[in-house]
Design a protein around this ligand. Structure first.
Ligand SMILES: Nc1nc2c(ncn2[C@@H]2O[C@H](COP(=O)(O)OP(=O)(O)OP(=O)(O)O)[C@@H](O)[C@H]2O)c(=O)[nH]1
Ligand SMILES: [Mg+2]
Length: 246
């Protein structure tokens, strides 16, 4: 399976070279698309160096400034869906997502339309160093989103996923409105409304190894409101089911 990994980056200069090496050493047919938002720490320049080091295997989409996760992914998907890639991976650059988990995720994709790297299925877990409040926040946030949207899944906020290109091609991206965290929930919900088969493969979620975490209570609180917006935005597609596919 020809796979392209989309990696949005904003100040990931320390992480990106390590991540690229780790991904390219996997037993998978894999390419990388870095979507960099003119990171002040020079991640874009480092990505160019990596493109030279791994000719033909790493591409870069340079954007003029910090435009957010949603458009980073959507721009990245657009570019890849015009290529011959058969599967597309979403993952963070900060090693929260262990590259080696991709092997199992890819295998499960054989029988699914999309596979989520899940912290909350049997065998999955979150950083052992996380303070209790953060563990609770993460699992409650998930429970909350799952219950309101009626998603029969365990981890709907995970940012580690692999999609069949066909699946992404049939999703009406222009309807996706939210950014950041909820963007991830919204994508899964859209796939669920369109009746795609969504698999979950266990992952261990590590906190970022380098750089500073921005997760806060405020971000989660805002997310709690946004979930209702997502529910409201797709009432028609939920009814349409498969017929809502492009
Ligand atoms: N291109 C682009 N990438 C972004 C933007 N915001 C975040 N990212 C990247 O998206 C990925 C996820 O962001 P993180 O900052 O790790 O978000 P998080 O995991 O919720 O929060 P942390 O606890 O800080 O790790 C990382 O690879 C970031 O570099 C953005 O505006 N543009
Ligand atoms: Mg992170």
């Amino acid at each position: 399976m020809r796979i392209t990994v989309v990696i949005p980056t904003y100040n990931e200069a320390e992480n990106l070279p390590k991540l690229a090496s780790a991904l390219f050493s996997l037993p998978l047919n894999l390419r990388i698309l870095v979507v960099d938002d003119n990171s002040p720490d020079g991640t874009g320049r480092i990505a160019e160096e990596l493109a030279e080091k791994f000719p033909g295997r790493l591409d870069i989409l340079h954007r003029p400034g910090k435009l957010g996760l949603r458009s980073a992914y959507l721009n990245g998907f657009q570019k890849i869906l015009n290529s011959d890639a058969q599967a597309i991976v979403q993952m963070d650059a900060d090693f929260s997502h262990d590259p080696s988990a991709l092997v199992d995720m890819t295998q499960l994709l054989e029988s699914c339309d999309v596979v989520l790297g899940s912290r909350y299925v049997q065998g999955g877990s979150v950083d052992t160093q996380w303070p209790l409040w953060r563990k609770r926040l993460s699992s409650f946030g998930n429970y909350y989103a799952r219950s309101i949207l009626g998603l029969p899944l365990h981890d709907v906020t995970t940012g580690y996923r692999i999609w069949r290109s066909e699946t992404l091609k049939q999703m009406p991206f222009e309807r996706i409105q939210s950014n950041g965290y909820i963007f991830l929930v919204e994508m899964v919900y859209l796939a669920h409304c369109l009746e795609y088969k969504i698999g979950e493969s266990p992952i261990y979620f590590a906190d970022r190894r380098w750089g500073k975490s921005k997760m806060s209570f405020k971000i989660q609180l805002e997310a709690a409101f946004r979930i209702w917006q997502v529910w409201w935005n797709y009432i028609d597609l939920k009814k349409a089911g498969r017929a809502g596919r492009l």
